[in-house]
Unconditional design. Structure first.
Lengths: 112, 114
């Protein structure tokens, strides 16, 4: 399977703490994206990092990418209760593949 | 419309019946994806359309599943002879094209087969 793997599967933290989620994949990629899903419905795009980038920031989000280890991490700083959601990494596989593949997700709970 | 629209939002059907799920992508988006998500699980790729190219059907779980995209816009996912294991949320997404572009998702159709 080309599917990515996130860990942990579930994460519970106190409001104000940082949350780190990891994603590993098996194929070569041209970019990796992170999405958030509330209440099991539509996903919302958070951030995209290209294969030639190592780190990217957007507000309280920080994403890293290590193509040698085929892994990425998403850090949410100063978490809020509203950050409670499931987070998924997604990527287009190698040349000739336009299938946008998603990981299994990390369920984040931020306790007020 | 401003976003991806899916209909119906919820569908309850009897085992053995056929169902059609509709997706209206964002205007101008040439790439369209269908995914299935079972309760508490990740997204399972079903099918991908890109412009006038032949669709990538590699994720369809059986020949009971089919999809079409008319005029490069609206897409319909059809499930024939539904079974209880087909119960899931079916998500549609579109993007400007394949590659380094974000995908925009609809709110999904929750299908329950009883």
């Amino acid at each position: 399977s080309q599917q990515g793997e996130e860990d942990p599967q579930a994460l519970s933290i106190q409001e104000g703490e940082n949350a780190t989620m990891n994603c590993s994949y098996k194929t070569s990629i041209n970019n990796l994206q992170w999405y958030r899903q509330n209440s099991g419905r539509g996903l919302v795009h958070l951030i995209l990092i290209r294969s030639n980038e190592r780190e990217k920031h957007s507000g309280r989000l920080r994403v890293t990418l290590d193509t040698s280890k085929k892994s990425s991490s998403l850090l949410i700083t100063a978490s809020r209760a509203a950050d409670t959601a499931s987070y998924f990494c997604a990527f287009y596989s190698g040349a000739g593949s336009y299938q946008l593949t998603f990981g299994k997700g990390t369920k984040l709970s931020v306790i007020p | 419309g401003a976003g991806v629209s899916q209909s119906p939002s919820n569908k309850v059907t009897e085992k053995g019946k056929d169902v059609e799920l509709r997706c209206d992508p964002i205007s101008g988006h040439t790439a369209l994806y269908w995914y299935r998500q079972s309760l508490g699980q990740g997204l399972e790729f079903l099918i991908y359309f890109q412009g006038n190219s032949a669709p990538d059907k590699s994720g369809l779980p059986s020949d009971r599943f089919s999809a079409e995209r008319t005029g490069g816009s609206v897409s319909t996912l059809t499930i024939q002879r539904t079974q209880q294991e087909d119960s899931a949320v079916y998500l549609c997404a579109s993007s400007y094209r394949e590659g380094p572009y974000e995908a925009f998702f609809g709110q999904g159709t929750r299908l329950t087969v009883v």
